[in-house]
Design a protein around this ligand. Structure first.
Ligand SMILES: *Cc1c(COP(=O)(O)O)cnc(C)c1O
Ligand SMILES: [Zn+2]
Length: 422
């Protein structure tokens, strides 16, 4: 166990996902032997002795209640922006509309910068500080930018944030306002990522999703822990999760697996359905074609937060889909905006395009009859609709009137029948 004057975590070391070689918990992110990606491993027996439902429930109302299952923990878990413990909302009207039984929405728009990225950034910045970094950076499809900038501001760290120049204006503004150095790169996310890998090689900066990626990605597991805890320490039957690099999707699966392994829940790992946009669906395409490799694509979709053409965890995502009897689906641009509207109208939750993707995939599975009437499904809504207003701007048409009762009554005469039939 690593204690060193701070809250203990159960992390034991880093292990290569390709060849299994183990390394200490340092600033490494690629295997010295085969250059494979690294992931954090834990002392399972020690965790099984220490971690109970009660020990978790006694923790803070944030992701740090799961600190034992994460690679690091702050001395003061109440410092900084509070992340996690977002609402898990039952969605009977959405379920009814789709002819389904039990649907839940994990509303991660409720995080400090309105996306699930606050989870991974919180963990990455904590570990970066422990490793002695003073500057943080990231290659972002949008939400990561905002989250890194905000958490760096809260912690008083310098931040360099790299984004594709064609990002939604809402996300550019909501990043720059935190006082970071914001670099708009003329290229795709994959170009931005390549540039950051080169920059990371000879700068003493913690690029949260490049050279501290093994720690960063662990933060996504907290979505699984929270889901199970909020369901009274039980598991859903199926999860619908968006895929960009594939990290979130594979780590939610891992999180459920850990809870089962530690005896904190019973049953089996949920069916994992992955969700991509057809305009950037390299993992869905590989799944559909039955391939064991992911061919990179050039993204062209309104779901910019999912627009990674060469996904780092694509292969691992394929394994999760196949291993849990799930699938990976890709939806059209129209299905995405319909999905945003469907979720908003039936739950009161306004999602960005990524949540339109997951909602559209849920609808598609429901229409194909793939979800049983007794299935308990959780849909992950990972970002806020205010971040991608342009995607749905055309769908909203206010009724404009002069300020008179007569005008109002004339104007709504046409719309009343429509309202009642809803
Ligand atoms: C980053 C992101 C994801 C998924 O990212 P992964 O790279 O697959 O972990 C999903 N939704 C939103 C809104 C995001 O910003
Ligand atoms: Zn290796």
């Amino acid at each position: 166990m690593e204690t060193i004057g701070r809250r203990a975590t159960g992390a034991r070391g880093l292990r290569c996902k390709e060849c299994g070689e183990e390394l200490p918990l340092g600033a490494s992110y690629a295997c010295e032997f085969c250059f494979g990606p690294l992931e954090v491993v834990y002392d399972r027996d020690e965790l099984a002795r220490r971690v109970t439902r009660e020990s978790i429930e006694a923790g803070p109302a944030s992701i740090w209640r799961y600190a034992d299952l994460l690679p690091c923990a702050p001395d003061d878990p109440t410092a900084g922006l509070p992340v996690g413990m977002t609402p898990l909302v039952r969605a009977p009207r959405l379920a009814g509309r789709l002819g389904l039984g039990e649907v839940w929405v994990k509303n991660d728009t409720a995080n400090p910068t309105h996306s699930f990225k606050d989870r991974v950034v919180s963990v990455a910045l904590q570990k970066a500080r422990e490793l002695g970094y003073e500057v943080v950076a990231c290659a972002s499809t949008g939400n990561l930018a905002q989250s890194v900038a905000a958490h760096a501001a809260a912690a008083g760290m310098r931040a360099y944030v790299f984004v594709p120049a064609d990002l939604e204006p809402q996300k550019i503004i909501a990043t720059g306002i935190y006082g970071c150095t914001l670099i708009a790169v003329d290229g795709t996310y994959d170009d931005v990522n390549r540039l950051c890998m080169e920059l990371a090689a000879d700068r003493p900066w913690a690029f949260v999703n490049v050279n501290v990626r093994p720690y960063y990605s662990e933060g996504s597991k907290t979505l699984a822990y929270e889901t199970a805890e909020q369901l009274g320490w039980t598991l859903p039957d199926r999860c619908v999760v968006p895929i960009a690099s594939g990290s979130l999707y594979t780590k939610i699966h891992r999180g459920f697996g850990e809870l089962l392994d530690l005896g904190l829940v019973e049953g089996c790992v949920p069916v994992m359905t992955g969700a991509q946009a057809r305009g950037c669906g390299p993992v869905a395409a590989a799944y559909e074609a039955g391939l064991d490799f992911v061919a990179p694509v050039r993204p062209d979709t309104i779901a910019k937060s999912l627009a990674i053409g060469n996904p780092a965890d694509g292969l691992f995502a394929l394994d999760v889909a196949r291993g849990t009897n799930g699938s990976i689906e890709a939806v059209t641009e129209d299905e995405i905006t319909d999905g945003i509207a469907l979720l908003a109208e039936t739950t009161g939750i306004f999602t960005e395009t990524a949540g339109g993707v997951t909602t559209a995939v849920l609808r598609r599975l429901a229409e194909r009859g793939e979800i049983g009437p007794d299935e308990r499904v959780v849909v992950y809504i990972t970002g806020d609709g205010l971040k991608t207003l342009d995607a749905v701007a055309e769908r909203v048409e206010p009724v404009t009137i002069r300020p008179t009762v007569a005008d109002f009554e004339a104007a709504i005469a046409d719309t009343t029948t429509l309202e009642i039939s809803r």
